[in-house]
Design a protein around this ligand. Structure first.
Ligand SMILES: *Cc1c(COP(=O)(O)O)cnc(C)c1O
Length: 373
């Protein structure tokens, strides 16, 4: 059996262990410390836009805190992109609020601005203005920032920008993560860079960063003893793991280039097959191409390709199953147009790690071509 090819595996750069060793040498084995501060500064410099970054234990924790900082409470409604990973939506329920799912548009696969506005008007007609919008740059492809931001402003509903998959993507030359009232990143093992597990909350408002850190460290009021006037969480990032993050930031641009190269390779070598299509960038958007996805003509072809790859020890995965089709969310309201259901039926994520080599990509393309011939 040939070596396993993973969908998206961790790719260390070399200096990560030095920073982890620093943590050991200085005994900063805690959910704070110099690596955390340096990692935050490195992200702030990369994203630019005077962004303030708080590193946390996961992207999911960052979304949870973001919604709480935007004052989402029990029985509130939160609009959420339906075509996404469940972690975009789960934190809505942690607060006792209700997700309202919005379908995607065909040209970015993200939140449809038309359906978003329709949903807002409909919820307002029903007597309830939504408290927040969760918009996702799925697979690294930016959503239509201008359109979605305009709707957010028009109705005064803040945006949580889920950039978990989009570190290094940009829209009109501005980095993703900086567009929402609050942005979030993930450093889970499969993301473009990783700390094995981790996340970050981003905001142009320094006060939001400080409040996030306060809540993420058990909401301890200023006193010599432990005094609490709010409920807190244990959501800060470990100084040991932030050491991995510091090393990963040094190779982030290489990782983005490698993933974009993967996309170009697949696109070039599979473009003769008219039954396959790829998601193209719009003029104003630049994707980190976290995962390369293909669309086939039918569920059957999608499955044939997936199973052929599996038989050769190669991992691929159907596109995200929309949240409005998930059993756990079946009772939630959803504004649908059929786009995400079709993407789920016909789409496949191909191996996309920055550590794939030409041989790997060649093997994968040959298998796909054999299915389609
Ligand atoms: C990975 C991911 C998250 C969650 O991040 P974790 O760090 O794994 O908690 C949220 N949203 C999207 C779109 C993701 O891909």
């Amino acid at each position: 059996m040939s070596d396993k090819i993973w969908l998206s595996s961790p790719h260390m750069g070399g200096t990560e262990l030095n920073y982890v060793n620093d943590a050991f040498k200085s005994n900063w084995i805690a959910p704070l410390g110099p690596n955390v501060n340096h990692f935050e500064t490195a992200i702030e410099e990369f994203v630019g836009e005077d962004i303030h970054v708080a590193c946390l234990s996961s992207g999911t924790a960052a979304i949870h805190l973001a919604l709480e900082l935007l004052d989402v409470k029990r029985n509130d409604e939160v609009l959420c992109q339906s075509f996404t990973f469940s972690a975009s939506a789960n934190p809505i329920t942690y607060l006792g609020a209700n997700p309202i799912f919005i379908d995607s548009e065909a040209d970015t696969w993200n939140l449809s601005p038309e359906l978003l506005e329709e949903a807002i008007l409909d919820r307002m007609r029903l007597g309830k203005k939504p408290k927040a919008i969760i918009a996702v740059h799925l697979y690294g492809m930016p959503y239509k920032v201008n359109e979605v931001s305009a709707i957010s402003k028009k109705y005064g509903i803040p945006i949580v920008e889920d950039s978990a998959e989009a570190l290094g993507s940009s829209y009109k030359g501005i980095q993703c993560g900086s567009f929402g009232d609050i942005g979030i990143l993930s450093f889970n093992g499969n993301k473009i860079i990783t700390t094995s597990g981790g996340g970050a909350l981003l905001s142009k408002n320094q006060n939001i960063k400080e409040k996030a850190i306060f809540k993420a460290t058990q909401a301890r009021d200023c006193a010599p003893h432990y005094e609490h006037s709010q409920i807190g969480y244990n959501y800060r990032m470990s100084n040991v793991l932030a050491g991995i993050g510091r090393g990963q930031m040094e190779v982030l641009n290489d990782r983005i280039n490698a993933r974009r190269e993967n996309f170009l390779y697949y696109n070039h070598h599979l473009s003769d097959f008219h039954e396959l299509s790829f998601l193209n960038e719009l003029d104003e958007s630049h994707s980190n191409r976290w995962l390369t996805c293909i669309l086939t003509q039918s569920f059957e072809t999608r499955e044939e390709i997936r199973l052929a790859l599996q038989n050769h020890n190669i991992e691929s995965r159907p596109l995200w199953k929309p949240m409005h089709s998930q059993p756990i969310f079946e009772n939630c309201s959803a504004y649908k147009n059929g786009v995400s259901e079709e993407l789920f039926e016909k789409g496949l994520c191909l191996p996309s790690g920055s550590n794939l080599d030409r041989n790997d990509l060649d093997r994968i393309c040959e298998i796909i071509k054999n299915v389609l011939r």
